[in-house]
Design a protein around this ligand. Sequence first.
Ligand code: ADP
Ligand code: MG
Length: 811
Amino acid sequence: MSGRHEKEKGVNVQVLLRCRPFSDDELRNNAPQVVTCNDYQREVAVSQNIAGKHIDRVFTFDKVFGPNAQQKDLYEQAVVPIVNEVLEGFNCTIFAYGQTGTGKTYTMEGECKRSKSGPNGELPSEAGVIPRAVKQIFDTLESQNAEYSVKVTFLELYNEEITDLLAPEEISRVASEEKPKKQLPLMEDGKGGVLVRGLEEEIVTSAYEIFTLLERGSAKRRTAETLLNKQSSRSHSLFSITIHIKEATPEGEELIKCGKLNLVDLAGSENISRSGAREGRAREAGEINKSLLTLGRVINALVEHLVHIPYRDSKLTRLLRDSLGGRTKTCIIATVSPAVHCLEETLSTLDYAHRAKNIKNKPEVNQKMMKSTLIKDLYGEIERLKAEVYASREKNGVYIPKERYYQEESERKAMADQIEQMGVTIENHQKQLEELQAKYDGQVQQCSDLSNRLDATEKDLKQTSELLENTENELRRFKYSLKERDFIISEQKKAENALAHQACVLRADLEKSLEDKASLFLKIAREDKLNADNRSTVNTFQAELAQQLGTLCNTLATSISHQSEHLQCVENLCNSFLEVHDKAAINLKKKVSASRALYISHFEAVQNVVRLHKANTNAALEDISALASSNSCSIEEFLAAESVEVNSVFKDLQEALSSHQGEMAHLVRELRQKFNANIEHLMDTSENIHGFLDKLLEESKRLEGHATQVDEMQTKCIVEFQNAYEEQSRSDVEKLIADMTSLVSKCMHRQKEMVDARLGDLRESINGNKTFVDGHLSKMESITTDLKRKWHDSFTQAENNFKDNADFSCR
Ligand code: ADP
Ligand code: MG
């Protein structure tokens, strides 16, 4: 997008400025400095003293290189991108412009001797733009591994004559014997460009050949310099590098990309300013540098966008036509000296360069050539050269005497000049004709435009007049209707005033009723508050009741658990007592049965012995009786012993029983005490509950009384208010009906409706409240009676239980 834009609008010529350092001479003479460079801000300031006043003039350029800038800096910052564009297929030109001795040749060529080059063929640090460009081109092409060819030409333009600086030595020498210089003609190439016929095109294959080329070129210039006084300051040199690079399209076709770099070392610029100042236009054609003057004029014409650009007026501008306002990218390096004695020239150079900044070029890439067409062209060239060689070898060309040849040649030259001049005039005429034609076309176009516009305007006029008529009619109608409207408005205003009065009265009434309403609202609020109080009292009462009932329940539960505990205890004691009793009885029985068995067995044994003795011995009755008595004694003793034992057992038993009895009595006593305490506690609790229930009844009765009282009061209040309000509204309505019957009646009706609805709601809510409180009270009453009954039942049951237990324990 931007690229296209750029292409359409053009690219400005890039202008750089270089200020050389003080020369040894200048340093020796302590020459004051008048030029200061600010490389960073791209500014050059020139100090002047005009009529004792110190004046600074500041110029801004695309780049500024101060006295400290090295060749390498300038090249890398300014020329590298240009050479890259040449390698992309653009044509580019670099001019060096400035006063003699300011460093044009130094910048373009520099000190470029093979002896000064580095070990790896590196260029010396003093090398200028030409050798560095050649080296960059070769380095880039080598690194790309491209197939390419590089050709260079080097020519000098002096006094409108072109000399080839690369022409072979011997021919040059022959030529110099016959003529001071061999001139080369400038010819149209038929494609809108120009070419120098017979100019040596040197094919360069490596960067190192540049040393030879430059040495050859400068050797020739030096010769010329010695021959012609100070010629170099008046001559231009043009070093051109043409690059062809082979490229393959994706389809496999081979294309040739072509780029050309022109490096121009112009003649000293002091010539033009001096000629302009001193000699005037009349003598331009003579000794003054025509090419430089024409270059200046071409630049002026381009900057001022003149129709005719005088390219054809000089050979330099013809050669470099494409670099000025054409399809070439152009850069101008302006060189200046810092010293005061060059001030005038320095200012003129700065002005000139600053002016050149405004030239716009429209750079275009050279069209890529097909390899085949290039080969065809080359074949044609070979054929032509072959024919020339053949003619010279066979000597079958035309031969004429030298004088005649020179004469004819000069005539031819004059004719060629004439033809050229005529060509120029024809071109001028053609241009004038084109301009006139363009002007004529413009006029015709303008004429037709104007007549179209006239037609349109006439139509517009007709339409406008019709419109005007219509508008006037409408205006009349509008005026009439306006009057009507005015009348209506005045009437309406009157009615409005009356209405406003009525509205005021109505408003006062409404305000009054609003006040009434406010008082009503206040009353309602009070009533709401009362209701809220009631509710809170009932709530607190309810909470207290619930709490006391809770504590009652708890006490009951604990007493019941106590009782059950006691009963359990009694049961356990009784069980243990019975067990002990049973055990003791069983033991006693066992012991008695054992002693009885013992006794029976002893008795039987004794009987048996007696019977034995009775049967066996009658004889020894005495012995036996003795024995018997002893036996009976022993038996008696035994019996006594046995009875003692039995008695002790009985005594033990009796003691155990008596101790048991004591224990039981103690237990019973304890039980009785505990029961008594329980009963007392229950009595207390029941008394409390009775008291509480009485209080509850009392409280509920009081609440009932309060509620009925409040209800009565509220109803009375509402009735009162209703009466008052109805009375008030009735009177109001009556009064208002007199004023605005329909509106007010509607309003009042709506208000009454609203108030009635609100009152109905209020009454309903009060009734609801009352029924709720009543229900609650009745429920509470029933609960208390129920509770009383239940309590009584449980109490009697507890009493009975107690009695039973006591009986049982006594038993
Ligand atoms: P011109 O071609 O403009 O007449 P030259 O290139 O011949 O000027 O320069 C004149 C002298 O100034 C030469 O001796 C050159 O070495 C020296 N010179 C010019 N510019 C510089 C520079 N930037 N740095 C060092 N020396 C320079
Ligand atoms: Mg020079």
